[in-house]
Design a protein around this ligand. Structure first.
Ligand code: BGC
Length: 763
């Protein structure tokens, strides 16, 4: 597509400049009789909203979508045939800062990708065989003197309805006082849309209350990413403001303190609407918020029935359902589904409000669960491409993609090569292959995976603090103790800041070496799958050397020696400890879990592994008891405190004081362990990529009297539902046609080559 970019701004807008108004752009053109089809292709530097003769063509929100803009930019294509008429027509767009120039990443830096917005459009008018195009060029007219006086994707939207430009996007509007555009350019590649469309899905009506501080608060009942649309009646100049948050404090008052709002780091999430006379309605055009509650102040009357929240997220097919006899677990399952929705808004993010960044570690630990809950192939493929495109020359994979600036503008490469974060490049493609059976993603990522492992191999040859003490060990070149690594991250009781500082002082080389091993092992397996026999052999040897070094330097007599659960979970999950040592390690872990009252003790990197590790090693009941534990730290503690999404920190609400801490309440990473409900509780396991061969081996336990799981795999719908009834165990299964299946009942009865279809087995 041959795009001509146009711009309109006299001066660039940098990080230091005030927030800018939105730009309104229009162009009239003629359509002759005999039009057979019309397609509009559009993109922008910034986010755009298109209109054809005043109508927004059906399509994604938040266009052009979030990619590594320094390299590539998506365009969208709309079928606009039915929106055109013979004679004069109008093509127009509103453009805001979006991610391109808006507030991005943990520090909310603005102007990350550029300082000047631009628009590009090609409208193809087809008259049978003949095609005429209307493109953006300097004859387009623009103004920024419209109703959106200030805007940002995260900070705020300030809309003054008195300044509405009635009819601006229809033919015949008098734009003689508007400016003309200038030709502009974009240095990267313009590509067709690769991701899923971001759409508005569920809608929520609020309950309104006044809190103890006198705030008027709307409670939408569900923590989401999205916006609030509303209808109000008032007089010109009346003001309405909405601040979006996700928590109430210990007194039930609205707060955004948990999201770290301060003079330096602004959460924003603020809408200001200045009324015109009469009845009017509005829906934010550029602002997106993570919220359940809205604090509202208004000069006009606020009727809750006139307010509605819309959840927006990438339109992925949802593939996993689960229900059981414990209603709190059912709420927890909803919470993880909602954390996926809130954080799958064009890119996978850590949380939808505070940082909204493409943290690679978060989606790394969540990828198995995500692939059970949704068909995320298209969504993740787009992001992984950016992960590859931002990989450094030396092989280091970044922790945030697309790139963002942190404290200053010296570097936009966040913690390159951090263990567990950078390893997204090996683990996500492998997970995608296992879940969906497609080798293409492995081909796409192979070179990047190899560069990542080689980067670690190079770093392991360097000396960090630990290795200075290992002078004589011949295997020390397999121990990784240089670079910045977050470590286990946020174990119960830990704070982000403290963990960050600990990691800065010295990397946890146990964590780094384990992930070095795990990626080398995965790379060898991928090489095998792709028929790269030499690489497969080489990386298998490397993995084995790292494994031996890990055992020598981080274990005592073959087992971990620690009071931290993560130190046992990691080597078990990754296959570092084997045979007798594996059984001893698992027993030691189970002992720790029991003595901790079945409360979870892991952080970010092991929480997603612990339930599998327990049940895979014969401690099924412990896994149930940990999952159903209602004390802090534990998943059901959050449910008891009214959570509707998964929290970043186990004690985001203090158990004693009910004070909210500086932790997000919408992070999917600690909920990743819930894939266990499908794989272990219901026992749906894939034995061949893409569920071409499966095992159904439910593991009943805990308080559950029944469990029902469905997974709509690429090989067809699989279901496993069990119940305990009159002393019997009854299992209903659904096995799709052409899928080879093995059914294993809890008493050990095995049905090899189980029939396909729907049927019941009893014990
Ligand atoms: C984010 C995480 C992220 C981490 C890096 C946090 O502030 O919210 O989820 O992965 O930083 O450790």
């Amino acid at each position: 597509m041959d795009f001509q970019f146009i711009s309109w701004e006299a001066a660039p807008c940098t990080q230091k400049d005030p927030l800018q108004p939105a730009a309104w752009l229009r162009k009239e053109f003629s359509v002759d009789t005999g039009l057979t089809a019309a397609r509009l292709h559009m993109t922008s530097l910034g986010n755009y909203i298109p209109y054809v003769n005043g109508i927004r063509p059906y399509g994604s929100l938040l266009t052009p979508g979030y990619t590594e803009y320094s390299v590539r930019l998506q365009y969208q294509t709309y079928d606009v045939t039915s929106l055109l008429k013979d004679g004069v027509n109008c093509l127009s767009a509103v453009v805001g800062d979006g991610w391109y120039r808006g507030s991005c990443g943990p520090m909310g830096m603005r102007a990350t990708y550029g300082t000047t917005l631009a628009l590009a459009a090609v409208l193809e008018l087809c008259y049978g065989e003949k095609t005429v195009t209307v493109s953006t060029d300097p004859s387009w007219k623009w103004t920024n003197n419209g109703p959106i006086c200030r805007q940002d994707i995260k900070l705020l939207e300030y809309y003054d309805a008195r300044k509405e430009l009635t009819g601006w996007n229809l033919p015949g509007y008098d734009d003689s006082l508007w400016g003309t555009c200038t030709a502009s350019s974009y240095g990267g590649e313009v590509i067709p849309t690769e991701g899923e469309a971001v759409l508005a899905h569920e809608r929520f009506s609020p309950v309104m209350f006044t809190d103890a501080k006198g705030n008027t608060v709307l409670d939408f009942g569900q923590n989401i990413a999205g916006y609030v649309s509303f209808r109000v009646r008032g007089k010109a100049g009346d003001k309405l403001t909405m601040i979006h948050g996700e928590a109430l404090d210990e007194n039930g008052c609205f707060t955004v303190a948990n999201l770290g709002d301060s003079a330096i780091l602004r959460l924003g999430q603020e809408l200001t609407y200045i009324l015109k006379d009469g009845l009017q309605q509005y829906e934010p055009m550029f602002l997106v918020c993570g919220f359940r509650y809205v604090k509202i102040t208004a000069d006009c009357e606020v009727l809750p029935e006139n307010f509605e929240a819309a959840a927006i997220y990438s339109d992925l097919p949802m593939t996993g359902d689960f229900e059981c006899s414990n209603p709190k677990i059912n709420r927890l399952v909803k919470n993880i589904q909602w954390s996926l929705k809130g954080n799958f808004v064009d890119i996978p993010t850590d949380c939808p409000h505070r940082e909204r960044a493409g943290w690679s570690g978060d989606i790394n630990v969540f990828s198995q669960c995500a692939a059970l809950l949704s068909d995320d192939r298209k969504f993740l493929r787009k992001w992984i491409k950016d992960l590859i495109l931002t990989q450094r020359e030396d092989g280091a994979v970044l922790s945030i993609v697309p790139k963002v600036f942190m404290m200053n503008r010296k570097s936009n490469e966040t913690t390159p090569g951090a263990a567990g974060w950078a390893d997204a490049i090996t683990q996500i493609p492998m997970q995608q292959y296992l879940s969906f059976g497609d080798t293409e993603i492995l081909e796409l990522c192979y070179d990047a995976m190899k560069k990542h492992v080689e980067f670690n191999r190079k770093r392991a040859a360097e000396e960090g603090k630990l290795k200075k003490k290992l002078d004589k060990s011949p295997d020390k070149c397999y121990v990784l103790d240089t670079g910045y690594h977050y470590g286990e991250w946020l174990e119960p009781g830990a704070a982000n800041l403290v963990d960050g500082m600990k990691a800065a002082v010295a990397p946890d080389s146990e964590v780094a070496t384990a992930w070095f091993f795990y990626s080398a092992k995965t790379l060898s397996e991928v090489a095998e799958i792709l028929g790269k026999a030499e690489d497969a052999a080489e990386y298998a040897v490397l993995a084995e050397e790292i494994r031996k070094a890990y055992i020598a330097h981080f274990l005592k007599d073959g087992v971990p020696d620690s009071s931290r659960q993560c130190k046992y979970v990691r080597p078990l999950y990754m296959g570092i400890v084997q045979g007798e040592d594996k059984a001893r390690t698992a027993k030691a872990l189970n002992d720790l879990v029991v003595s901790n009252g079945y409360r979870i003790g892991t952080g970010f990197l092991s929480t997603y592994q612990i339930l599998n590790v327990l049940s895979d090693n014969g401690y099924v009941e412990s896994a149930y008891r940990m999952l159903e534990n209602e004390e802090c730290p534990g998943w059901l503690y959050e449910v008891n405190k009214g959570a509707t999404t998964i929290w970043e920190g186990w004690d985001a609400v203090d158990p004693k004081t009910n004070k909210v801490k500086h932790k997000s309440m919408n992070h999917y990473s600690p909920g990743a362990a819930l894939s266990w409900l499908w794989t272990d509780c219901a026992g749906i396991r894939s034995l061949a990529p893409g569920y071409r061969k499966i095992q159904i081996s439910p593991l009943p336990g805990g308080s559950f009297t029944y469990a029902k799981a469905i997974y709509r795999s690429v090989s067809g719908e699989i279901a496993s539902s069990w119940k305990k009834e009159d002393g019997e165990f009854v299992l209903d299964v659904v096995i799709p046609p052409d899928v080879e299946a093995k059914v294993v009942l809890p008493d050990g009865t095995v049905y090899e080559n189980a029939a396909t279809g729907r049927y019941t087995c009893k014990i």
